[in-house]
Structures are given as C-alpha cells and as structure tokens.
Ligand binder design. Structure first.
Ligand code: NAD
Length: 283
C-alpha cells in the first residue's frame, strides 16, 4: 500500500461521519485536525471519537491504532487555523447547500493554494458547491459510508472541472486509509451505491406493501437466486427503519411505504438492528 499523499488532513464537522473520517484517517498514521463550530460541539465530537474508537476496536484486526487515534486528533473551533497547514480538507458539515457553500468559501480564503478539497455530501452534487471553494479544479466529492472501518467504500466523484490528477491523488489517499476506492467518471446523484441500493430497496418495499410476499420470502428469493448474503429487509434492518422512513417520507411516491413503516414498525418501537427488532429479531 502506498503512503498517504496528504500528510496533514483537516476534517470539518465532528458529527456522525466527520468523527468517523477523522478517526479512520488518524488510525492510519495521518496527522488530523478536526474543526467544529464551538467548544460545546467539539466536546460532543470528542465523545463521538471515543465511542467510535471503542466500536471500531472491537471489529478490526489492528484495534490499538483505533484506540490511540482520538488522542492524536487536534481539535479546534478556529476555522482558519484548522486549514492553515492542511494538504487535504474533508468537509462533513450538515447536508444544507447554503451552509456547505458558506463553509467552503471561508475555507477557500484561508487554506494554502495547493490544498485539495473534498466534500462528503451524500445528496448534493459537487458541481453545486465547486465555485464557492474558489478552486474548482482541486475540489471533488469523497463519500464515505457509516461505520467507515467496516463499510469501507470511498466513492470519488469529481465535477467536469476537477483535475484528474487531483482525483488520482485522492484515490491513493483513500487506499492508504484502508478504503476500497470507487471511482466515478461523471457526476451522479446517489453515487454508485445509492443509485443501486435505493431502487432495489424500494422494489422490495412495494412487494411487501402490495401484499405479494412476506419479508422472509422476499429475502430468501434474493439470497437463494443470487447468492447474496442478505436480502433487502435484512439490509433495511441494518440501515435502520427511521432512516428508511425519512427517505420514504421525503418522496411523494414513498407515501404508502412510509405509512406502512410507521404503523407496523416505528409506532411499536421496532427500528431495526439498533432497537433489537425490525423485520427480524436480534439478540
Ligand atoms: P451530523 O449532523 O452528525 O454532523 C454535522 C457536524 O457539523 C456537527 O458536529 C455540527 O456541529 C457541525 N457543523 C455545523 N455547522 C457547521 C459549520 N458551519 N462548519 C463546520 N461544522 C459544522 O451530520 P453527519 O451525519 O455527520 O453528516 C455530515 C455530512 O456527511 C453530510 O453531508 C452527510 O450527507 C454526509 N454523510 C452522512 C452519512 C451518515 O450516515 N450520517 C453517510 C455518508 C455521508
């Protein structure tokens, strides 16, 4: 494995994903600075780093690197200071276009000229943000998944303006921090993974809502016929039924599925793996 081409990485936002990105990067020997808006947010972020380090340590081959990683991450609530020496800035602030554009404009004004910028946005296209950075040729999307140490895809998606050499370096970085890089050749809402997964899960939901078959039957069909280890309702339980409900509610065509989930699962406290029961029971 090549060493990281970026020696100093700054992560913006120590939320659910930002904390995991900071942890994963630090656990692979890269110097990490993490920025959040104020001391209270940093304190919550510190708690997240510790919790994710403990969770990762129980699931990886080299747990000590994760246990010691939070102590090696520098925390700051000073944005300009956080990026002043950065080689790569990874942004994981809330999924609001105006907020992201504002954060990038401030980072663009403070970071060295050669610093590479990446957004972890799940649903915004990088071309909607690129001009705010002031350096669209050095800006792209680098999209990680929740539980980064295990679900270790890193989707790399530039805009038409992104320099290919920059995307190449980001790909080497992704491998250096233990990721499987997924390179996209053009912009696509939902990247590769969600472009496949969301229609698949929606089709399964439709079969259930229409009363065609039970979750067990639908999952068995998929597993036996394709050799896949899990069917769509097993995946729903892992994703969490609250998230499934939020996605369904945001789409007018998802209304029947949202209503079904609410009545049969959410209102009964059945949220999937996290609550011990969803479509299946977990110990
Ligand atoms: P989150 O709400 O858990 O965390 C956001 C963090 O950003 C918070 O700590 C908040 O204090 C901080 N913040 C708020 N305003 C800020 C600002 N102006 N500058 C810097 N930090 C600021 O959100 P999240 O779930 O970690 O999502 C962050 C990004 O990651 C989003 O773009 C989301 O689409 C993406 N993402 C999330 C997941 C997921 O499963 N949660 C998976 C992949 C990608």
């Amino acid at each position: 494995m090549s060493p990281s081409p970026f020696g100093r990485v700054t992560v913006l936002g120590l939320g659910v994903l930002g904390a995991q990105i900071a942890l994963q990067t630090a656990a692979h020997g890269v110097e990490v600075t993490a920025y959040d808006v104020d001391d209270a947010a940093l304190q919550v972020g510190r708690g997240r780093l510790d919790a994710f380090a403990a969770a990762a340590a129980g699931e990886v081959a080299h747990p000590d690197a994760y246990r010691s990683a939070p102590g090696r991450i520098r925390l700051t609530a000073d944005l300009a200071d956080s990026v002043r020496k950065a080689d790569l800035v990874i942004e994981a602030v809330p999924e609001t276009l105006a907020l992201k554009r504002d954060a990038w404009a401030r980072v663009g004004a403070a970071a060295p000229e050669q610093t590479v910028f990446a957004t972890n946005s799940s649903s915004l296209l990088p071309s909607a943000i690129a001009d705010a950075t002031g350096r669209p040729d050095r800006f792209l999307a680098l999209h990680f998944a929740n539980r980064i140490w295990r679900q270790n895809t890193a989707e790399i998606m530039g805009t038409p303006e992104t320099d290919v050499a920059v995307a190449d370096r980001v790909e080497v970085f992704a491998v250096a921090i233990g990721m499987v890089p997924i390179r996209l050749h053009r912009e696509q809402a939902g990247y590769v993974l969600n472009s496949l997964l969301i229609p698949f899960l929606s089709a399964a939901a439709e079969l259930l809502v229409k009363g065609v078959a039970t979750p067990e039957t639908i999952d068995t069909t998929w597993r036996v016929a394709t050799g896949a280890p899990a069917g769509p309702f097993q995946i729903y339980d892992v994703v969490g039924l609250r998230t499934a409900y939020a996605i369904a509610s945001a789409n007018p065509q998802g209304a029947p599925w949202a209503a079904y989930l609410k009545e049969h699962y959410l209102d009964r406290g059945l949220l999937g793996v996290e609550s011990g029961e969803g479509f299946y029971r977990y110990r």
